[in-house]
Design a binder for this molecule. Structure first.
Ligand SMILES: C[S@@+](CC[C@H](N)C(=O)[O-])C[C@H]1O[C@@H](n2cnc3c(N)ncnc32)[C@H](O)[C@@H]1O
Length: 277
């Protein structure tokens, strides 16, 4: 069988199994199997596929049909223009989180050497994107999950920032011993009743307790004493969480400036809190 016939066949299997964007996924599965880029793929459509390659593709296809996200199959996920190594110990970075980086980079401009903490770092996507865009920044990346930190460490090496990001294991802000300029966090915020028990992603990265706000509430309580005067907390929140989060932040920090920024889909996504100087 030629590559193009295999491409059509794989695409049809994906369509029959209700997978969106079957054409793209079929191309990506074949490229993953053959270890080739997009240009090579289209240049080689007339080439024959070997038995070994067919076997590899069959295995990858079966994983996909069982519902495994494509990012885990190919072992990486794109975020902020970078490719992060991922496995099933970490959340697959979501595009809506990228706005958190834009907001931070904008606010950090006026600092010569901003001191930044990323809470719940997962594969390290936020901390590493920030490190590459703010070469002077001092960055701590923390997570309660040791396997997730292992993935973050690999990504730090991959992007040459291992000597710039301090990785710490612990619960929310507990590992942080001194106050910082910025605390950024994308902690789990899915309501427990809405969790997909068959998800391939770690429950620890998704489970936000009964109302989805368990971790966010704990983070807000721990922020006291961990942010310098004029310091800023930036947190990703879930759909419908704005009112509750703003209410308890107002109660905890009555003199702070609080703002909520929507994502590109218009969903209130990032809460920003700035302490008075
Ligand atoms: C939603 S994922 C975010 C991953 C990554 N920062 C991103 O934005 O794609 C949440 C992360 O928080 C971590 N986490 C969960 N509970 C935590 C806790 N109590 N303290 C610190 N990290 C926690 C999880 O292990 C997971 O890596």
């Amino acid at each position: 069988m030629r590559l193009k016939e295999f491409f059509y066949h794989t695409r049809q299997v994906l369509v029959n199994n209700g997978i969106d964007d079957a054409s793209l996924e079929s191309e990506l599965l074949l490229r993953q199997t053959l270890g080739i880029d997009r240009v090579q793929f289209y240049q080689n459509l007339e080439q024959y596929i070997t038995i070994e390659q067919r076997e590899i593709l069959q295995k990858l296809l079966q994983r996909r049909l069982r519902g495994e996200p494509f990012a885990y199959i190919r072992s990486y996920s794109e975020f902020y223009g970078l490719n992060f190594y991922v496995n099933n110990n970490v959340l697959i970075p979501r595009p809506e989180t990228e706005i958190l980086i834009d907001i931070l980079l904008n606010k950090a401009q006026k600092y010569h050497r901003p001191f930044i903490v990323d809470v719940g770092t997962g594969c390290g996507n936020i901390a590493i994107s920030v490190a590459l865009n703010l070469p002077q920044a001092e960055i701590y990346a923390m997570d309660i999950s040791a396997p997730a930190l292992k993935v973050a460490r690999l990504n730090c090496y991959r992007y040459g920032v291992r000597n710039r990001i301090i990785l710490l294991q612990g619960d929310i802000l507990q590992p942080l011993l001194c106050p910082v300029d910025f605390i950024i966090a994308n902690l789990p915020y899915v309501k427990r009743s809405e969790l997909d028990n068959h998800s391939y992603e770690p429950q620890l990265a998704l489970d936000g307790g009964t109302d989805g706000l368990k971790n966010i509430r704990r983070l807000c309580h721990q922020v006291k004493g961990k942010l310098l005067p004029g310091g800023c907390l930036l947190m990703e929140i879930g759909k419908g969480h704005k009112k509750a989060v703003v209410a308890f932040l107002n109660k905890l920090f009555p003199t702070a400036r609080i703002e909520v920024i929507p994502d590109l889909g218009g969903i209130d996504r990032i809460v920003s809190l700035i302490l008075p100087r």
